[in-house]
Design a binder for this molecule. Sequence first.
Ligand SMILES: [Fe+2]
Length: 276
Amino acid sequence: MMRSANDKVVDAQNSRLKKRRRLQFADIHCHCLPGLDDGPATMAESFALCRRLANEGIATVVATPHQLGRFEGCNEAARVREAVRSLNESLGNSDIQLKVVPGGEVRVDERICELLETDEILTLADGGRYILLELPHQVFIDIEPLLTELASMGIQSVISHAEKITPLAAQPKVLLRWLEHSAHLQITASSLVGDFGLEVQRAAWHFLTSGRATLVATDSHDINGRRPQMRAAFEHISARLGKDLAHLVCIENPSRVINGQDILPVSLYNQQEADR
Ligand SMILES: [Fe+2]
């Protein structure tokens, strides 16, 4: 039987939809635990955010409540692990398909290595391989000594929402030194799509197109002003820089962080693709 042009259009749409459904993002930076920080205040709000994350296509999320800084003494590792266990238990009794693993967004502090040893702050996915570091947005601090000390413990640093740290743009040489000291830059999905204004959006794309940012995460706090935008960011990156790069920074590298594997550099990944 002859298929009409309309049937073929429908088939193509279905095939695109299937591909979209197959995307399994991993999110290494999210404030989804209830009542711990400036994320959801209640379990109902937490569930709403988790549902949105799952609908975005995120399969695994690292819960990264703020640690140290203005949350000093609030979110110790044991408390975060227990909150994650409790949220996973509740999710298991719901229709939301999402796995939550423990982590933290740790404000830079000279005691970080000591607090890791005493198990008061957390590495990403509790894996002991990567730590998510939060720097001040407006004041420049050279964290090279901290990066070196962490590297001596076998821990690589991920600098959260690099696009929002205004002084970084004026310090390209220092930033390169940090990257040589096993630091990695995470940029925020919603920054790439413009939720925080043009200046932050430009900075996010600059870090991505220059190959310095290797990870995209949602840094979501709610389903409104700070909602997860992973799928929109993936589509924007695919359109501008190609699907391979979008896959690398939104899926492959975040999954590698969660699994304790090496992060692939953007240029190396492209070269490998080109060599195929
Ligand atoms: Fe955050």
